[in-house]
Design a protein around this ligand. Structure first.
Ligand code: PGA
Length: 254
C-alpha cells in the first residue's frame, strides 16, 4: 500500500483576488512546512489559476482546474483545454464532478475523453464518480460508480489515475452536511479498487481514492482511518484556510 494521503480543495465557483490572497496568507505558513503525511492541492476557478500558481510557488501544494475541454484547441467558444492548463503551469484537473454531469450534461464518454486528453497533456485528472440518492436507495451504488469508472478505464486506461486520483463523491452528500459513514464509503472505495484491479492489480494498489461530500475536520479522521480512503476532495470546508488545514492535519493521525 503506502499511499500518501491527498487532500484537495475544490473551490467551485467561489473566490476573488482579495479572498484568495487572504486564503494564501493564512494557509501558506502551514502549507510550506508540508507535513510528510499529506499531499495537498487547490482547484480554483480558471481565472484565478495564475494567482494560485504564483501564490503557491513556495509550497509543495499543487494547483488544479475544475474542468477542461476534450479538445486541444479550435472553435470551441468559452472552453479551456488541458494544453492551455499545462501551458500556464497547472498540475491537475477535476473531471466528471457531479455538478458537471448534472448541470452541464457531461456524459460518461465525455468525461472519459477529457481524462484522456488531460493525461496526454501532462495534467493529472481527479476523476469523480458517485451515485444519486435514488440510485443508492435502489441499491445501485456499486453498479453506477463502476459504470462511471469503467467508461474512463476503457478510453484512457489506468495510468491517469496513478499520478492523479479517483474521487468517490455520493451526490447526496455534496454540500448537504450529510457525509457517508466511514464504513459505507469504505465499502464503495473497496469496490472501486476491485474495478481498477481488474485492469491492473499492482497499479490499482497505487491509486489514491479520495472521498468527497461534506468532509469536515470532525469527520475526516474517521474517514482517513479506512483502509481504502486515501484522502478527501473538499468543497465548502476548503474555502476557509483554517478549516482546510484542520482537515489536512487529520492525515497526520493516519
Ligand atoms: P462539499 O463538496 O465538501 O461542499 O460537500 C465536495 C465536492 O463537491 O467536491
Amino acid at each position: 500500500m503506502g499511499r500518501k494521503t491527498f487532500v484537495v480543495a475544490n473551490w467551485k465557483m467561489n473566490g476573488s483576488y482579495k479572498a484568495n490572497a487572504e486564503w494564501l496568507q493564512q494557509a501558506l505558513p502551514a502549507l510550506r512546512t508540508t507535513r510528510a503525511a499529506c499531499d495537498t492541492a487547490v482547484c480554483a476557478p480558471n481565472v484565478y489559476l495564475p494567482q494560485m500558481i504564483e501564490g503557491l510557488l513556495t509550497s509543495t501544494t499543487m494547483v488544479g482546474a475544475q474542468n477542461c475541454s476534450e479538445h486541444d484547441q479550435g472553435a470551441f467558444t468559452g472552453e479551456v483545454s488541458a494544453q492551455m492548463l499545462a501551458d500556464i503551469g497547472c498540475d491537475l484537473v477535476i473531471l466528471g464532478h457531479s455538478e458537471r454531469r448534472t448541470l452541464f450534461g457531461e456524459t460518461d464518454s465525455m468525461v472519459a475523453d477529457k481524462v484522456k486528453r488531460a493525461f496526454e497533456n501532462g495534467i493529472m485528472p481527479i476523476v469523480c464518480v458517485g451515485e444519486t440518492l435514488t440510485e443508492r436507495e435502489e441499491g445501485r451504488t456499486i453498479e453506477v460508480v463502476s459504470r462511471q469508472l469503467k467508461a474512463v478505464l476503457d478510453t484512457a486506461g489506468i495510468a491517469p489515475f496513478i499520478g492523479g486520483a479517483l474521487a468517490y463523491e455520493p451526490v447526496w452528500a455534496i454540500g448537504t452536511g450529510k457525509s457517508a459513514s466511514p464504513e459505507d464509503a469504505q465499502a464503495v472505495h473497496a469496490a472501486l479498487r476491485d474495478v481498477l484491479a481488474q485492469v491492473d492489480a499492482q497499479a490499482a494498489d497505487a491509486v489514491r481514492i479520495l472521498y468527497g461530500g461534506s468532509v469536515k475536520a470532525n469527520n475526516a479522521k474517521a474517514l482517513f482511518a479506512q483502509k481504502d480512503i486515501d484522502g478527501a476532495l473538499v468543497g465548502g470546508a476548503s474555502l476557509k484556510a483554517q478549516d482546510f488545514l484542520a482537515i489536512c492535519e487529520c492525515a497526520e493521525c493516519n
